[in-house]
Design a protein. Structure first.
Length: 278
């Protein structure tokens, strides 16, 4: 049973009620989710979802949301997933909690704080937005909140979830039909990969030693279910395709250009701060 008061229930669509019911959310958990979404109440949330659904069919812009579930086994394969999606010409919005292993990996290549302050610009210019949230939501709360965050964006046409949590099949079909989106769930376990700082910096280089070659193969294996679904390939073909990408220029160039972009944003921010303090 849903543990919400009557006024809240009356403001929800059946699909939204079923989503909250599936995860047995309490009223307090709902408040946490609404705060994360910057919605003052359920009625505001439902209105936003309805407006996004109405606009979605009219939008020419198509965005892919990749939702990283929290408290999964730390794996750089997760971190590389949005890079691969962007390289394959998907305008990709990656949503994840700012867990230490994830931010530590990205900080080898990008200025995370700079990218966080220029999400729209990053998405428009780089076809990639890394939205790493400092929220204290529980894993279940964050899963529901990030899913709703994607559904609130009228440009979101396809949503990918990475992690072990899954929607009930009937609920998944309801959400896809009602909100006119495609939801892909990647539930396979990703491998734990440990790299030194030097190895991390060389990960996307064309020349790889035996260790990095094995790491690339593991990354390709882990991400093959996702790329297979996005590109309509068999898992084996997707694995070979990703492994080729790890040796080519596309991923290396994406990482390099995004790093330069984050440096430019950071320098611009520092110039503004300098002028304000002068």
């Amino acid at each position: 049973m849903l543990r919400f008061i009557g006024d809240q229930l009356s403001a929800m669509s059946l699909e939204l009620q079923n989503l909250f019911h599936a995860f047995a959310l309490s009223e307090q958990q709902l408040k946490h989710i609404l705060l994360y979404l910057d919605c003052k109440d359920v009625e505001t949330l439902q209105r936003g979802l309805n407006q996004a659904a109405e606009k979605r069919a009219l939008q020419s812009v198509t965005q892919l949301y990749v939702l990283q579930q929290s408290e999964q086994t730390p794996s750089i394969s997760y971190a590389i997933a949005p890079l691969l999606c962007s390289v394959l010409d998907h305008s990709t919005h990656y949503v994840a909690q700012a867990e230490a292993w994830l931010t530590n990996f990205y900080q080898h290549y990008f200025r995370i704080d700079a990218l966080a302050s220029a999400k729209a610009q990053s998405l428009n210019n780089m076809q990639l937005c890394l939205a790493l949230s400092e929220t204290q939501l529980s894993p279940t709360e964050f899963y529901v909140a990030s899913l709703l965050q994607a559904l609130l964006d009228p440009n979101a046409k396809k949503i990918v979830t990475l992690g072990q949590q899954q929607l009930i099949a009937e609920l998944k079909q309801q959400l896809m039909a009602y909100y006119a989106v495609e939801i892909l769930e990647i539930c396979s376990s990703f491998s734990t990969i440990e790299l030194t700082e030097t190895q991390t910096k060389k990960l996307f280089w064309k020349r790889k030693d035996e260790t990095l070659a094995q790491v690339s193969q593991q990354i390709a294996y882990d991400n093959s279910p996702l790329i297979a679904k996005l590109c309509d390939l068999s898992r084996m073909d997707a694995e070979r395709f990703i492994d080729d990408l790890m040796y080519g220029e596309h991923v290396f160039e994406k990482v390099s250009v995004l790093g330069e972009f984050s440096d430019t944003v950071y320098k611009h921010q520092q110039e503004i701060l300098h002028k304000m303090s002068a």
